[in-house]
Write a protein that binds this ligand. Sequence first.
Ligand code: PLP
Length: 411
Amino acid sequence: MVTRDDCLERDAQDPLRDYRQRFVLPDGLIYFDGNSLGALPHGVETSVGFHVQQAWGQDLITSWNKHKWFELPLTIGEKIGRIIGAGTGNTVVGDTISVNLFKVLTAALAKRPDRKIILTDIGNFPSDLYVAQGLLKFLGEGYELRSVAPEEVLASVIEDIAVVMLTDVDYRTSRRHNMKEITAASHAHGCLTIWDLSHSAGAVPVDLLGCNVDFAVGCTYKYLNGGPGAPGFVFVHPRHHDDAAPALVGWWGHVEPFAFDPVWRPAPSIARFQCGTQAVLSVVALDAALEVWSELDLLQLHAKSKALCGLFIDLVESHCAHYGLALAGPRQMAQRGSHVSFSCPEGYAVMQALIAHKVIGDFRAPDLIRFGFAPLYNSFTDVYDAVSILSLVLKDRLWDTPDFRSRKAVT
Ligand SMILES: *Cc1c(COP(=O)(O)O)cnc(C)c1O
């Protein structure tokens, strides 16, 4: 049986242990929600302060040139590109995940005008499904969003499908798709692929070019710690740069934005996937947050993610048996992302009780308690302590109060 001392020892041996100091984390809090809102890296506040006081306050409009505000979405795109195996010049930051998904979905459909089906899986994140539904309703007759069980995706890839649109790591179960295999099968049938990396970027190794992916979108406020509402990113394979025609375009994607041309002429690069002016203060916060990633060994990061998740699963299953908890998703670490969910009777109230005891995770309907492990700042001792508190909450029914049962707006 693993003891707390074993965990202290594992933390002492952890090659990433020093990264924790680079984040602002309240004392005594165990934060297992970096998959929903990553912790605040030191340095972000100073950088945002500078861009408010000096750049905006003093340099005003000249900051677009002087502080390179205009180029930031592309320069930050390069930093993210390294984390997702995107090569150079293929990633740009801006807008939201949902909006970026609309852009790449329309660009992909435009490349397959004789096909009318988007294939996805039933567990995909609702906003991804809604974006597709909204678009298909607009396009009208004959279009279809075909949702199949995650394990049936591969067998469902057939000639009629225009686009295979999937999320790599399932937000509930943590199950990963086989990106390489599904992308290859899609191409063999003439379908294009869109991968949502929201729960992957910064958590698990991704190799977009190696998998020959056509389009990808992803999130920067989860494992990349860009802050609440931080902009999304878009990846487009270079073979689509010259002729991709997203339906949502704007002056930032024009070949010469400051020519103020009345007719849209697309930039011959990833820049065409930009739309309009970005939320600069969020963009500069993200830029500062990504500083942490410049020298990081991504394989070490993944090794620690798997170790944290594995320890958590083992401890929950040995300390919290008898309370009806059941692991969601596959058991093999290589087939999972960096969060772990258990279905749990009264899961909502259990999570509220945990939060009251300073262990922050979240709840996902209908019955999942979910814990995200950010290898940069979560420790093995955090995992041990959190499971001790969880087992106490279950054993003493600390969750069983009207307060903990009443649902808040955000779960
Ligand atoms: C977090 C997440 C989103 C959120 O999209 P926003 O447009 O940023 O609100 C979308 N898709 C997936 C798969 C996510 O995990």
